[in-house]
Structures are given as C-alpha cells and as structure tokens.
Design a protein around this ligand. Sequence first.
Ligand SMILES: Nc1ncnc2c1ncn2[C@@H]1O[C@H](COP(=O)(O)OP(=O)(O)OP(=O)(O)O)[C@@H](O)[C@H]1O
Length: 305
Amino acid sequence: MHPTTAHSPGAPAPAISVTDLRKTYGSHAAVDGLDLRVETGEIFAILGPNGAGKTTTVEILEGFRSPDSGVVRVLGENPANAGRAWRARIGVVMQDSRDQPELTVSELVHHYATYYPAARDPDEVIEAVGLREKAKVRGRQLSGGQRRRLDVALGIVGNPELLFLDEPTTGFDPQARRSFWELVLSLREGGTTILLTTHYLDEAAHLADRVAVVQDGRVVALGAPDTLGGAEARLPVVHWESGGQHFSERTAQPTALVARLAGELAGAGGEIPGLLVARPSLEDIYLSLITGTDADAATTEETNR
Ligand SMILES: Nc1ncnc2c1ncn2[C@@H]1O[C@H](COP(=O)(O)OP(=O)(O)OP(=O)(O)O)[C@@H](O)[C@H]1O
C-alpha cells in the first residue's frame, strides 16, 4: 500500500488522491495547495469559476501536465510516470477535441476500441451516446453537440475504471443533456468512477455524489450537493414587499413568518404583496460561496425576473 494514500486497512483505496498540489505559470499560481480525494465508484464534480484551476488539475490527474509539487495518485499510480497499462484503465473526454475529422463516427469508435484490452462493443457505445443514425457520417460533418457525443463515445469505449469528463455537455440541447445524464448514471451503476467538471449547476446536482468548489486553485467547499454550504445556507428565504420596498428574511420557520406577515400586511384579498418563499438552489449556494455574498442576494434576483 502506498504511504500517501492514507486509508484504513481493508477500506477500498480511493480512485484519486491529491495532497497539496501546486502548479504555477510564470508568477500566477493556477493550482495553489489543492487537496482532493475521489472514492472508487462515485461521481465527483469539480465546480468553479473560469480560471479557477480545474482544467489544470484534471490534466495533471490525466498525466498530460506535470505539477510543480504535491502528491498525486490516480488508480494507485503517479500519472506523471504511469505506463500504458494504467492509461488503458482511464477514459478522457477533454474540452474541444477535434481529431481525425475525416473518419466516420463508426470508423473512429472502432479504431479507438483496438487500443484497449477490454474495450466495449463499439456499436453499443455509438448507440448509447445516441449517434446510431450518424454512424456513417464523418466527424467534421457533425454538429457541435454531436461531436461532443462522439468525444464521449471515444472516452468510454475502452471500458475505463475511471472516466474524466471535462465540461462534457457544453453545446448539448436539453434533451441530449438528459440522455447523457442517463448514460453517466448507467456508467456509475456499472462501477465506473467519474470525475466531472461542469459549469452547469443542475448537472452537478443531478449527477454528483459529491462536489468540490474550486477557487483560486484551492478547494473552498466540499460535500454532497444537498449539504454544500452548510445547513444555514440552505434555509428558505421569505421575500415580500411593503410600502414599495422589497424585504427578505432567511428563516427556519417560514410558515410562522408568513402567518405573521399575513396578519400585518395582507390586503382585502388576503394576499401578502410580492410574497415568495424560495429555498436556495445549488446555484445560489455556489454563487454565495464564490462571491462571498449571501445566498439571499442570489434568490432576490429571482424575484425580479
Ligand atoms: N498553459 C498555460 N500557460 C499559462 N497560463 C495558463 C496555462 N493554462 C492555464 N493557465 C492559467 O491558469 C489559470 C487556471 O486555468 P484553468 O484552465 O486550469 O482554469 P479552469 O478552472 O479550467 O477554467 P475554465 O472554467 O475557464 O475552463 C488561468 O488563470 C489560466 O489563464
């Protein structure tokens, strides 16, 4: 057992463990003391604003970039010097891949399958990503969303134990996104560990067992999507209007507050002006974490839409 993968004897080793990872470009610390642990079999999402260091981190985990310092273990090995056998156990869907545009979908997926010792049936993979009708179409003739599905097919055809999905559904229409989510969940059912980066908070809420919010190259929040930010951040917020002004209050007893407001403010029709009771979404909580503002502010916007 490797000394840096600290886990109790008998417990499954984590798929990924990262300790004090650092990567600097010039004088800019893109990754600045990042710690991460992804358990085998989970879907783990990394969220964070543009430039937070997500792609740099993921590329280090994939072995495509070398860190300045820190300890990284992916499927028990250091990606910086892991060999072909290790690479065959991981699948990668990068942002913006556009390789071999002259090959058809079917040719590309079949070709990629030959690289892997335990590849999935390429035709089943094409079906699973919803490209059966495009199997004979060349890569360069696909739409942006279809190309992205092809990228996903190429990432999973090797039947990886660990799959990296870097903003996988960018450019997908809502229906394609939903069917992609089903595909990702079925991969987890089959035992695949998935590390996902996304800017879609609903995607993280739907798919991820756990979420890390990365900012300025560090993890600033970590937890299940429905616990992120802590209990206080998840309390509902009651909004109302009085005398032409907007008011809001976060409370654990929204019913009692609404009853009090009804007594004080309700007009002849019994309605409280501008009443809205909103529970912060993952997006509200995420925004409050990375901007340092209260989730109230985020929900207030909703009332003004
Ligand atoms: N090759 C590079 N040379 C110099 N600076 C880089 C390089 N790659 C990334 N950076 C810088 O490092 C920081 C982190 O970039 P990174 O791509 O990891 O962010 P990200 O969180 O993935 O952002 P996004 O959400 O926009 O994809 C950014 O400030 C970026 O400009």
